[in-house]
Design a protein around this ligand. Structure first.
Ligand SMILES: [Zn+2]
Length: 157
């Protein structure tokens, strides 16, 4: 602990407040003179994912199993031939086609190239949009209306 920036009380500074635009470390008495620095609350933290890697915005399409199987049969490839073309085990290709395992993006890209199909799609951000609406701050007009309503309710009593 450091000394209070306001009154200089020894080892008492434990609050971060903003006083006239300056952030100061002050004691419990002096914190009343400043505006507490708001730490973001979890309520306003959106769940929007931050994508470090552009590949994380993509996912494998749901119908990958039938797409792979149909494209492979159309090209008259055996599972073994397709497996060697994309450097995977036959058992892995079989599990893709049965839908028991979804390909990684890396393998999906190889399959797309080999089979001429689309296996990767962009992740939709619908969920994120809804959250943004929920946490939309009130406009000044809404604040005034809410305040007026509150006042009216008070008068009715
Ligand atoms: Zn103080």
């Amino acid at each position: 602990m450091t000394d209070c920036d306001m009154c200089g009380k020894k080892e008492s500074a434990q609050f971060d407040v903003k006083i006239e635009g300056t952030i100061m470390k002050v004691c419990s008495t002096c914190k009343e003179f400043g505006t507490p620095i708001q730490k973001p609350t979890s309520m306003f933290r959106t769940k929007k994912r931050v994508f470090q890697n552009p590949d994380e915005e993509k996912e494998i399409v749901q119908e990958y199993s039938s797409l792979i199987k149909r494209a492979r049969e159309k090209q008259k490839l055996s599972i073994a031939q397709l497996a060697s073309a994309v450097q995977e085990k036959e058992s892995v290709i079989s599990s893709f086609e049965s839908g028991s395992r979804s390909p990684t993006l890396k393998t999906a890209k190889k399959l797309e190239r080999k089979l001429g199909i689309k296996l990767i799609q962009k992740i939709t951000s619908e969920g994120v949009e809804i959250e943004k609406k929920e946490f939309k701050p009130l406009t000044m007009e809404e604040k005034i209306l809410a305040a007026l309503k509150k006042k009216q309710e008070g008068n009715d009593k």
